[in-house]
Design a protein around this ligand. Sequence first.
Ligand code: LIP
Length: 270
Amino acid sequence: MTDLKAEPLKAELLEVALEAAARAGSFLRDGRPADLGVAATKTSAVDVVTEMDIASEKLITGFLAERRPNDGVLGEEGASTTGSSGVTWVIDPIDGTVNYLYGRPDWSVSIAARLGDETLVGVVAAPLRGETYRAVLGEGAYVNDRPARVRVAPPFEQALVGTGFGYLAARRARQADVVRELVPHVRDIRRCGSAAIDLCDVALGRLDAYYERGLNPWDLAAGDLIAREAGALTGGRPGEVPSGELTIAAAPGLFEQLQTRLEELGAWHD
Ligand code: LIP
């Protein structure tokens, strides 16, 4: 690690997040059962959980309890403690669970450390890409040890735009309406299946923009900071922060155009 210029707390949180993500990422990459199946479902029959999601969250929370016992934790698979330090870890033990279930490469481990309402550290590990994305508030964004910067905003009609779809049929139908209106007016659409990776791809210039409705805090906490520290603007509806209502990330100049268009299309409601 060469960029631990941050204050001591942020430096410690970064080191803990990187180690936790590395341990979970190696476990998920090397320990994936050949016969991996669905252990449970959540909001619908296609909103799945595997034994590896649950095991990954247990691995991460156990490591955090050793290293930062007074911190709170919020995890996708049920981890929820308040803590006393003011720091809360926001964890997606596998972001892109369906991709992981199907043996597709685009899945990640997303870990963010928040102090109050502010995200200080974000780490997204993408083991099958051989990449770890990270950011410390005010210290820039990195992919492995290389600085990450957004691509200069292209004209709207040349933008490569990432998005995603929810797990409920009615919401997916509405999201399809929005993307149908958008796709003739941009370069193209990409649907990766991991919001954390999508946000990091904006940070790296591999996408010009990303938007999605229906994300959970653990999907976006780390990737939002990484995108912002790489020079992107992030938000939701005009004046709002990224949330489950709507999350948008893009380079300045393109962000405002996309936000306006999504507001006109009602992308923020079902
Ligand atoms: C996924 C998100 C993705 C979204 C999927 C799903 P999960 O999170 O990262 O962007 O389109 O529907 O919500 O469920 O794999 O942690």
